[in-house]
Design a protein around this ligand. Structure first.
Ligand code: CU
Length: 382
């Protein structure tokens, strides 16, 4: 059985090398070969989620360049998993204006203020000052206008000014900057933990607090985007769903190369590194649909692994958890409890999240992805 599978994968690889010179780099070939035992080892570990088994195998056929290869695995779930919100122009997706996306988290608003009120005025003033000085020097002190130049070589007052002024400017920037940076890393007590795993080239989301099911999220085709009214190349078949008003801790990791989980409207961007757990967080009060993209060049289809985060009400979240076969709290069916994410009803939230260290797999969550770690050889394939 195993050898048949290995032969199939080997045949696929041979075809890949003949047909796809771009993706079949010499470094990629051996690493995918080792993927065959890893992929079979992954299947039992993630046995509770049939979606995973199918899509754990997906990268190999997907490497042939067919976007549809990753799709069938997730299709069975699609019919029953509810989607609550439609995309809204100007919210959670790119717009025509030259500005940051509308921020929907407190940190995002803080960052937007820092950008608009501190950084932009300072840089505009500096640019204008330099422009005026250059123009003044060019016009007033050129050879014709100023045939006999001054011999002055030092001016203590000016030297003090041009040393002290930049120091003051840097201090004015440093204070709000460091405050913002610190706030991004000070994760409040989470109401929900979601483990985000990057794959070449799709995302999967594990919900360790809710029965540890996994959602596999693949990009939609352009026709599907049009039919569903999703923005081009941002629509996905299965979205990451979180409740509004909950502190969501996001743990990022990868099973092949380095990806980066970024949602501009939340002001988050965190690398997903194989063999490591990084963490970030967000809290969104406004229900809606927000898009992001992988933001670390991760291979041929890097541009085709969008992120769609749906922020829903708590009853909707309970409904979504139930539809995925998950649980609320310890073993309670999701549908019976609307207070999904209060830390009281969900005591595992704080403890389930592993600390962000690379180490031996200890939780079921980790063992599900750990066998795939050697696959990527990230340093070379990225
Ligand atoms: Cu990526």
């Amino acid at each position: 059985m195993k050898s048949v599978k290995t032969m199939l994968i080997a045949a696929g690889l041979a075809a890949l090398m003949l047909t796809g010179p771009l993706s079949a780099q010499p470094t990629a070939a051996p690493s995918i070969v080792t993927a065959s035992p890893a992929a079979t080892a992954t299947a039992p570990g993630s046995g509770q989620s049939p979606q995973v088994v199918g899509s754990a195998d997906a990268p190999t056929p997907a490497a042939t360049g067919s976007a549809a290869a990753g799709q069938p695995a997730a299709t069975p779930a699609k019919a029953t998993i509810p989607q609550f919100y439609q995309p809204e122009p100007g919210i959670g997706q790119p717009t025509d204006k030259i500005a940051l996306q509308t921020q929907v988290t407190a940190l995002g608003l803080q960052a937007e203020w820092f950008h608009n009120v501190i950084l932009m005025p300072i840089i505009i003033i500096i640019c204008l000052l330099v422009l005026v000085l250059l123009g003044w020097v060019a016009l007033r002190y050129n050879r014709r206008a100023n045939a006999v130049p001054s011999r002055t070589s030092h001016n203590t007052a000016i030297e003090i000014i041009w040393t002290v002024a930049p120091v003051l400017i840097l201090l004015a920037i440093a204070v709000p900057s460091i405050k913002l940076l610190a706030a991004q890393y000070a994760i409040p007590k989470p109401d929900l933990t979601v483990k985000v795993i990057g794959h070449q080239w799709y995302w999967s989301y594990q919900y360790p607090d809710n029965g540890d099911f996994e959602v596999v999220s693949n990009i939609l085709t352009e026709d599907q985007d049009k039919a569903k009214g999703e923005p081009r190349q941002l629509g996905v078949d299965n979205r990451m769903v979180v409740p509004a008003g909950a502190v969501v801790k996001v743990i990022t990791t990868s099973d092949d190369v380095i990806h980066s989980f970024a949602v501009p409207a939340f002001w988050i961007k965190m690398d997903a590194v194989p063999g490591r757990l990084n963490e970030t967080w967000f809290k969104v009060d406004r229900p809606g649909l927000y898009y992001g993209q992988c933001s670390e060049l991760c291979g041929a289809r890097h541009g085709f692994m969008p992120i769609a985060v749906e922020v829903v009400t708590k009853p909707q979240f309970a409904q979504w958890i139930a539809a995925n076969g998950g649980t609320i709290g310890k073993g309670k069916p999701a549908s019976s409890d609307a207070t999904v994410n209060s830390p009281i009803s969900n005591p595992t939230a704080a403890t389930a999240a592993p600390t962000p260290m690379a180490g031996a797999p200890s939780t079921p969550t980790e063992t599900a992805t750990a066998p795939a770690k050697p696959v990527g050889q990230p340093a070379t394939t990225n």
